[in-house]
Ligand binder design. Structure first.
Ligand code: CMC
Length: 428
């Protein structure tokens, strides 16, 4: 028999169907709640609200499980590549060799950006944070490809936008960095793979020969896989809600880039390094900083700790911690902030404050340390997260479109003034 949930309001009972996901999660379908009861739900931060049905990513916060299209993150991080994972997320299945070659070639064909994009870039002062520049350049594609604005365009048209998005993202990202340091931009070298191409655009200088270190490219590829999707988080929900108005893929993803920027979301990786630096400068007294994080009157939080969904461990953090050790060893980097990070982790994992609140290191606790070892500057960290998250945003935008989901429009409980007569206060 189909399961239902019963809700009693003022003694009157209402029944709602329970929907079950393929992994057994249950959701109470309240689509008719307002119509039937006149009431809405109130759920700050959507902590208990399922906004959609999705077949892309499964995560179980208690068990520390993360899977893309049914494949475990551990398997994918160990055996796959970022482009293969992108294909999997976007199209639902792993590509055959031919499909992957075509996808990769299609992306290579679109890595150049319109030369006029440089004029837009030139308008940004070098003080611009690269995330703001990236979001702007990404959205500017709507101007260069106006056909992308058509909400009813063909699947070939959508494919072209998907390929352009993935192709141009590393170019935009490296240009955002070049703008910041005031160097001339580099053009994509299509003889290289996705990550190596990005690294060359980031670091090559006009008068010097630049060889991409394969250790660095491989580590970056793994990091991007770990960040590729994370179901209905803040930026992805933003992409879906903007996309639900039938806004173009470029504007929807640009909105996602902006949502990712905040320090409680993708901006945390930058904040982790700044925090570790601050602690080091302050003498490295980790106990003092743990006490600050626990003090309710102190706004300081232990950045890189805690997660809305993972309440036992973040599987990505486990993989990334191991990758950080490997990369630091292979590159011969001795980073004193890593020692501080280890100490913080050790203390926090034993401290009742963190244990009771189920606060564990998240993906960003270690990603910053790797990025730094790879030579990525701190305010590019969130840009790296955006490059990684792009296939997830694309897959979610595509799914929303294919499922013909309605426009996102939450309700509210109004707490303002009741009707009052207008009497001007500015008359003498
Ligand atoms: N340091 C100290 N206390 C914390 C922390 C922290 N990092 N995170 C949560 N708490 C406390 C918080 O003060 C609250 O305590 P109390 O119950 O006494 O009021 C309790 O733990 C629950 O916190 P919350 O803010 O209600 O939890 P949330 O699920 O709304 O927030 C979070 C999740 C990730 C925003 C939060 O843990 C946080 O701010 N962490 C630091 C920022 C960070 O690392 N963000 C990256 C997240 S992973 C990357 C991504 O997917 O975006």
């Amino acid at each position: 028999m189909a399961k239902t949930a019963e809700l009693i309001i003022d003694g009157k009972s209402y029944k709602f169907p329970i929907v079950e996901g393929t992994e057994g999660e249950q959701g109470i379908d309240i689509s008719n709640l307002l119509e039937e009861t006149g009431a809405v739900t109130l759920d700050f931060g959507y902590k208990n609200t399922g906004a959609t049905k999705s077949a892309i990513t499964f995560l179980d916060g208690d068990k520390g499980i993360l899977r893309y299209r049914g494949y475990s993150i551990e398997d994918l991080a160990a055996k796959s590549t970022f482009l293969e994972v992108s294909y999997l997320l976007i199209f639902g299945e792993l590509p055959t060799a031919d499909q992957l070659t075509k996808f990769s070639d299609d992306i290579k064909n679109h890595t150049m950006v319109h030369e006029d994009i440089k004029k837009i870039l030139d308008g940004f002062p070098s003080s611009s944070h690269p995330m703001g520049v990236l979001a702007s350049l990404f959205c500017a594609q709507t101007a260069f490809y106006p056909e992308s604005l058509d909400p009813n365009r063909s699947s070939e048209g959508v494919y072209l936008s998907i390929v352009r998005s993935l192709a141009k993202m590393p170019t935009f990202a490296s240009w955002a960095y070049k703008n910041e340091v005031g160097h001339p931009v580099n053009y994509p070298d299509n003889s290289l793979d996705y990550c190596s191409r990005f690294l060359k655009m980031m670091f090559a200088l006009p008068a010097e020969k630049y060889e991409v270190d394969p250790v660095v490219a491989a580590a970056l590829d793994k990091l991007l896989i770990l960040h590729a999707d994370h179901e209905q988080n803040c930026s992805t929900s933003t992409v879906r809600i903007v996309g639900s108005s039938k806004a173009s893929i470029y504007s929807s993803i640009s909105a996602g880039i902006n949502a990712l920027w905040g320090p409680l979301h993708g901006g945390a990786n930058q904040e982790v390094i700044l925090m570790l630096e601050q602690i080091k400068k302050d003498g490295g007294d980790t106990d003092k900083w743990i006490a600050k994080a626990k003090d309710k009157n102190d706004p300081f939080r232990l950045m890189g700790f805690g997660h809305r969904v993972y309440k036992n461990f973040d599987p990505r953090a486990k993989i990334i911690k191991k990758a950080a050790d490997d990369v630091l060893e292979k590159l011969g980097v001795n980073d004193p902030t890593l020692e501080i990070a280890m100490k913080l982790e050790e203390i926090a994992l034993k401290d009742p404050y963190f244990i009771e609140r189920k606060l564990y290191p998240n993906v960003d606790f270690y990603s910053g340390i790797i990025y730094r070892a790879l030579g990525i500057p701190v305010d590019m960290f969130t840009v790296m997260f955006a490059i990684g998250r792009l296939p997830g945003w694309i897959a979610q935008w595509k799914e929303l479109r294919e499922n013909k989901e309605p426009i996102g429009r939450p309700r509210q409980i109004y707490t303002g003034q009741n009707l009052r007569p207008y009497v001007a206060l500015n008359k003498r």
